[in-house]
Ligand binder design. Structure first.
Ligand SMILES: Cc1cc2nc3c(=O)[nH]c(=O)nc-3n(C[C@H](O)[C@H](O)[C@H](O)COP(=O)(O)OP(=O)(O)OC[C@H]3O[C@@H](n4cnc5c(N)ncnc54)[C@H](O)[C@@H]3O)c2cc1C
Length: 441
């Protein structure tokens, strides 16, 4: 589908201060904080702004997700899940060398030591982003739904409860509020939903939003402020100065886009462009799926009404109650993002997601769920489970902001603020060492 470009300014204008490549949650938030800091900004996207991974995700803002994706037990769980075509996790076989290297790095990071070394940093960056969402929500120029109702991790098994109890203890130790709830306490919290579970953990500080609504609110604000957006414009390469230490322009089919600084915020597609600049950016795509319903798909006479979003812990399915819809999402299919982009969604993954949701939600009417209504997105996954935010090695005017995997929506505002601070040579709001692109050499 061709969509008219916004502010389609000719390429040959004088250089802007900053060109942001990628208009997902990371790119749009980056544009916002750079604009606020007085920079002239152009946001360039190969498609429409906000229509890739940032579009239909679960919308969670997640201090609760302080354990990196590369965590102890992931390899064993992953291998077990690989044998079941309806499982929430799958690795698409490939002999692609970058992908194999990524898998090896990921496996090496699945240790207790890695988790302990990074959980405080992941918690802190999530909490800072939550604060920024709260500030944005209070501003008159933005109109988006924001709910701070917490997050429930619902468990069907004793093993699940034991695992959640350990995470709750770790959360409390880090200073994050969290507690275990009995089925009775759950019923008190959410009386209008029938849950077949043994209990849950509860993170009251978590919040959730409707992701695309937020991006649109930001885009409309930025357009009104004169920020330039170039949609349907793919960056295909770069020009550098003779010493190859500074980017001078980004190439598009309709000519070069000049800027003083560049930000690589193109999500799962970022390693391809990074490679052209001689950079090793180990990001692989983790495909996930979601489906939204205007009315919850329940059996006749039943209700599925709740205010608190929840994750079906063992099944890894997220359920987000939004103002006008309820959204179910999950699955992680790791694989190489080919130029054909596998937009087809495996019927097995859909079946697996819905079947497992019905085990926790007995009133769910699975017959009402239509496969063709599912959406998919490609999470940009780093091998150590931490986002990649910071100055690129060797290139003086390139900042990288990607690799947010399952937390990109949550970390959008803080990433944008950090990038703005980096480009403006200010002290950053957080220590960026754990997130530095330099960690990959
Ligand atoms: C099922 C599912 C549920 C999720 N739930 C949550 C959640 O609850 N909370 C959370 O925090 N995160 C969640 N996520 C993860 C979150 O969606 C991602 O981390 C986030 O959207 C990544 O944002 P991004 O801006 O980096 O990438 P994208 O949103 O993918 O944006 C990248 C943009 O770059 C553009 N682009 C690519 N290449 C080029 C190029 N060469 N030139 C120009 N433009 C280019 C693309 O068109 C795209 O618009 C979920 C993801 C999935 C799949």
């Amino acid at each position: 589908m061709t969509v008219p470009q916004v502010n389609n300014t000719p390429n040959d204008l004088a250089a802007r201060d900053v060109a942001v490549i990628g208009g997902g949650i990371i790119g749009i938030c980056t544009a916002y904080y750079l604009h606020k800091a007085g920079k002239s900004v152009v946001v360039i996207d190969k498609d429409e702004i906000g229509k890739a991974c940032s579009f239909g995700n679960a919308g969670y803002i997640t201090p609760s997700h302080f354990i990196p994706l590369a965590a102890p037990g992931m390899i064993q769980k992953g291998l077990k899940w690989m044998l079941n075509p309806q499982s929430p996790f799958y690795v698409r076989p490939s002999l692609n060398i970058d992908f194999l290297k990524w898998l090896i790095s990921f496996a090496k990071k699945c240790t207790q030591q890695h988790t302990l070394a990074n959980q405080q940093a992941i918690l802190d960056i999530n909490l800072k982003s939550l604060e920024l969402y709260q500030v944005l929500h209070q501003q008159a120029e933005f109109n988006f739904e924001f709910h701070q109702q917490g997050l429930l991790m619902l468990c069907k098994t004793q093993q699940g409860l034991n695992d959640e109890a350990k995470t709750v203890a770790a959360a409390n130790k880090l200073g994050l509020q969290a507690k275990m709830l009995t089925p009775q306490a759950l019923r008190k919290l959410e009386p209008n939903i029938q849950l077949d579970v043994m209990g849950a953990s509860f993170y009251p500080e978590d919040a959730h939003i409707a992701p695309y609504e937020f991006i649109l609110a930001m885009k409309n604000y930025l357009v009104a402020q004169g920020v330039e957006f170039r949609e349907n414009t793919e960056i295909t390469g770069f020009s550098t100065d003779t010493s190859k230490s500074t980017i001078t322009a980004a190439a598009t089919a309709s000519g070069d886009i000049k800027a003083l600084d560049f930000v690589l915020a193109n999500g799962a597609w970022s390693p391809k462009l990074a490679k052209q600049l001689g950079l090793n950016l180990p990001v692989q795509s983790g495909k996930g799926i979601c489906v939204s319903f205007d009315k919850p798909p329940v059996k006749e006479g039943a209700k599925l009404e709740c205010r608190t979003p929840f994750i079906l812990s063992e099944a890894k399915v997220a359920v987000s109650p939004l103002d006008n819809s309820i959204r179910f999402g999950g699955t992680m299919e790791l694989g190489v993002l080919s130029s054909q982009e596998p937009v087809d969604i495996s019927p097995n993954r859909i079946k697996g997601l819905i079947k497992s949701a019905a085990r926790y939600l007995p009133d769910l009417d699975t017959a009402q769920v239509k496969s063709e209504e599912f959406w998919s997105g490609f999470r940009p996954c780093s091998p150590d489970g931490l986002p990649i935010i910071g100055k690129a090695p060797q290139l003086a005017n390139l900042t990288i902001a990607t690799g947010h995997a399952m937390m990109g929506l949550s970390l959008g505002p803080i990433t944008g603020k950090l990038v703005s601070e980096i480009i403006n040579k200010q002290k950053t709001s957080l220590d960026l060492t754990p997130f530095s692109p330099q960690r990959f050499g």
